[in-house]
Write a protein that binds this ligand. Structure first.
Ligand SMILES: NC(=O)c1ccc[n+]([C@@H]2O[C@H](COP(=O)([O-])OP(=O)(O)OC[C@H]3O[C@@H](n4cnc5c(N)ncnc54)[C@H](OP(=O)(O)O)[C@@H]3O)[C@@H](O)[C@H]2O)c1
Length: 260
């Protein structure tokens, strides 16, 4: 029976590129996002181009119980689930004290709660099968405080620590968990986050392609790596943070995040 990969946030950016790579590898797909038209068009396009079956589940993952609905749907379809990619997520840019707390809550529900619940449901399923792979998308923002992206960066620190801990718990059941922490990547992310013009490390010319980031993430997942940061500069910065005083790291991060 063909294997299935479940991918959240597959309608654009990194998630779309991950879906494309897995379709090329002839994985059947269950795609989860809010935009039905885009999901339908990806389904038609992939099924025409690759030897795969593509299904989708339209879902606002920051709504309560949506993760359970995704899981119940996947089980009802009797899919042979081998991969879960938790990629859906977004950031909100600006001073935390000026931000809408409803918007912040929605973001945290998506970036943290939905991911945690999906790992619980599908991780348990994989554990029972003694087989499976989970790829969680964090960010280089996980590796230091990120002023002006305060709650977003902290949500990704959660994803990083949660994923690495879960990896250790599930390794005894032949289930791998890999955390992908991209740096600035050419996707809709900066528009959704309403960052506006930004120079320096996050400027458009310094962003990696979503295709490259997806390739690095998928390779790391198949190689059962614990964590991966695409790009030498991004890895070096995350690594060097460990040895610098926290006040220095916070000051540099403020400069970078405050529009370069
Ligand atoms: N781009 C970067 O610089 C960067 C850097 C580090 C980490 N990341 C992380 O990479 C991941 C993918 O982001 P991206 O850069 O590829 O951005 P993107 O192009 O904006 O894609 C985000 C995806 O998440 C989905 N999504 C958003 N809200 C959702 C919701 N409420 N329920 C279900 N799905 C939802 C979107 O689909 P719908 O709109 O159809 O729902 C879309 O497919 C995110 O977790 C992001 O934090 C991005």
């Amino acid at each position: 029976m063909s294997k299935t990969a479940i991918i959240t946030g597959a309608t654009s950016g990194i998630g779309y590129q991950i879906a494309l790579i897995l379709a090329e590898k002839e994985y059947n797909l269950l795609l989860v996002s809010r935009n039905k038209e885009k999901l339908e068009s990806i389904k038609l396009n992939f099924e025409k181009t690759y030897k795969v079956e593509v299904d989708y589940f339209v879902s606002d993952l920051y709504e309560k119980h949506e993760s359970k609905n995704v899981f119940d749907y996947a089980i009802s379809k009797k899919l042979n689930i081998d991969i879960l990619v938790n990629n859906s997520g977004y950031g909100l840019y600006g001073e935390h004290t000026d931000s809408s707390l409803d918007k912040i809550n929605n973001m945290l529900n998506l970036n943290i709660i939905a991911l945690t619940e999906l790992c619980g449901y599908f991780g348990n399923y994989m554990k029972q099968n003694n087989s499976g792979k989970i790829l969680n998308v964090a960010s280089v923002a996980a590796y230091q405080p990120t002023p002006y992206f305060a709650a977003y960066g902290a949500s990704k620190s959660y994803v990083l620590n949660f994923s690495e801990a879960l990896a250790k718990e599930l390794e005894d059941y032949n289930v791998s968990v890999t955390c992908l922490s991209p740096g600035a990547t050419k996707t809709e992310f900066f528009t959704v986050a309403e960052v506006g013009d930004i120079s320096g490390q996050m400027s458009e010319k310094n962003r990696m392609s979503a295709k490259k980031v997806a390739e690095i993430g998928v390779n790391a997942m198949f190689n059962k790596k614990l964590s991966v940061i695409p790009g030498f500069k991004n890895s070096f910065l995350a690594f060097s943070n460990r040895f610098a005083p926290r006040i220095l790291v916070a000051n540099i991060s403020k400069k970078i995040m405050n529009k370069g």
